[in-house]
Design a protein around this ligand. Structure first.
Ligand SMILES: CC(C)(COP(=O)(O)OP(=O)(O)OC[C@H]1O[C@@H](n2cnc3c(N)ncnc32)[C@H](O)[C@@H]1OP(=O)(O)O)[C@@H](O)C(=O)NCCC(=O)NCCS
Length: 169
């Protein structure tokens, strides 16, 4: 079981550590070196949040360990939509945490923030992520051909979307 919570200062170094896992970086959309200073500035902005961006820690309920990061970005209060992003700790995929955390974030988006639609972009080759999102109720809505260049080749992005009425609980 996992729950969502505000990020704490101690989470920064843990998130930075995850970047050393190449597969994690590639699944997340590409590889780039990140210096500690760049990371700190990114984390500071993440924690600060804004009217159009929210980031939360995914914590394992039994021990409060940080197991992932979820974000709503590009929150549009007029359109009532937002983009979802999620990353779990490299060794902790495949345990159902991603499905639970995505569901909790979408529930927050619909029930607390009064959003109507949540969408996301995922590498078309990332079968685990796509399956995870489908379990939450997301539908594949379109394909952006050769949208990214990762690990030496172009890959498509799949666009997925979820309306408030479609969230599976
Ligand atoms: C993507 C991610 C959030 C998914 O979370 P997770 O906890 O690993 O996923 P879950 O365990 O909840 O569900 C995964 C599902 O995919 C299935 N699956 C695993 N590998 C698969 C594959 N190659 N193809 C299709 N389905 C696959 C699992 O069997 C499971 O489905 P099931 O419950 O019906 O058996 C997580 O793995 C992650 O953060 N990965 C690294 C970064 C990333 O890819 N982020 C997404 C960027 S858009």
């Amino acid at each position: 079981m996992v729950h969502l919570a505000p990020l704490g200062q101690d989470d920064s170094s843990i998130l930075y550590g995850w970047l050393s896992d190449r597969t994690y970086r590639l699944d997340s959309g590409g590889f780039a070196f990140v210096s500690p200073r760049q990371h700190e500035s990114w984390f500071e902005n993440l924690q600060k949040g804004s009217d159009s961006a929210l980031a939360l820690a995914v914590r394992r309920t039994e021990d409060e360990k940080l197991v992932g990061l979820v974000q709503l970005v590009n929150i549009n209060r007029t359109y009532r939509n937002a983009e979802l992003r999620i990353r779990l700790a490299p060794a902790l995929g495949g345990k159902g945490y991603g499905t639970q955390a995505s569901r909790l974030l979408c529930e927050h988006a619909f029930k607390d923030l009064n959003l109507h639609r949540v969408y996301l972009y995922v590498r078309a080759s990332n079968g685990r992520a796509i399956r995870c999102y489908e379990k939450v109720g997301f539908q594949q809505e379109g394909r952006l051909r050769q949208h990214c260049f990762v690990d030496g080749e172009y890959d498509d992005f799949t666009v997925m979307g979820l309306l408030a009425s479609e969230l599976t609980l």
